[in-house]
Design a protein around this ligand. Structure first.
Ligand code: FMN
Length: 212
């Protein structure tokens, strides 16, 4: 089943009355069994047009102290995934860091691993009230919300950083200013395989009840 993006509620405006929380077993089951899709298992088709717009809209609907919106999206799609990959391969080559042709070919194809990559950029906003740490957390929530929104439309996704996220020159080629950071590359597409559960820390092992 595909979901037409226009079936979503239109973006609310300030002071609209919004739905109250209600018990929802489907919603809970999705969260309880949520998994990322490995990039190797992300194929075409990917979200585009109105569906992609809706995913970005939902993605950005996160807790955000001070309504600062300290993030932005850079879409890597189509041939531009290869163009950017070529640029980062050239960067590694020019620095003399990588000479192995196989590794350079891998870098050229890095962003071709999924049909769509959304780079979530953390753009800090100068604020006397909201510490940067809180803005960082909000940008992380955007990455996660993108994954959830994509899943709601039946797509799979994976949030990766890899070396590119920490390389200032590679980020400059992507269009980031020196103040900005890469919150994540969110790879999106259609899952080719059902995900398998992986070990994960139990919440219970991380809980203590504070006592004076
Ligand atoms: C900020 C951030 C960066 C990540 N970067 C990578 C990465 O570079 N490579 C990787 O294999 N997984 C990375 N992950 C982990 C995957 O996104 C994913 O969470 C993990 O494979 C577990 O899958 P799950 O989401 O189904 O639990 C990153 C996660 C976060 C939160």
């Amino acid at each position: 089943m595909t979901i037409a993006p226009h079936t979503l509620p239109p973006p609310p405006v300030e002071n609209d009355v919004l739905p109250e929380p209600r018990p929802d077993t489907d919603f809970l089951a999705r969260l309880a069994l949520r998994r990322s899709t490995k990039v190797a298992h992300l194929a075409a088709p990917c979200p585009e047009g109105d569906t992609l717009d809706a995913i970005l809209r939902i993605g950005a609907r996160v807790p955000d102290h001070g309504k600062l919106g300290p993030w932005r999206f850079i879409i890597l799609s189509g041939d531009n995934r290869q163009v950017y990959g070529t640029k980062i391969a050239e960067l590694l080559s020019a620095r003399g860091e990588v000479k192995d042709p196989e590794r350079l070919a891998l870098e050229e194809g890095r962003f071709l691993r999924a049909p769509l990559v959304v780079a979530v950029v953390f753009s800090p906003v100068e604020s006397p009230k909201v510490p940067e740490w809180e803005q960082v957390l909000s940008a992380g929530a955007v990455c996660y919300n993108l994954l959830l929104a994509a899943q709601g439309f039946g797509y799979g996704g994976c949030w990766l950083s890899e070396w590119v996220a920490y390389d200032r020159e590679a980020l400059a080629l992507l269009g980031l200013s020196p103040q900005e950071k890469l919150a994540g590359f969110v790879y999106l597409g259609t899952p080719t395989e059902a995900p398998l559960e992986r070990p994960r820390p139990s919440a219970a092992s991380r809980v203590t009840h504070w006592q004076p």
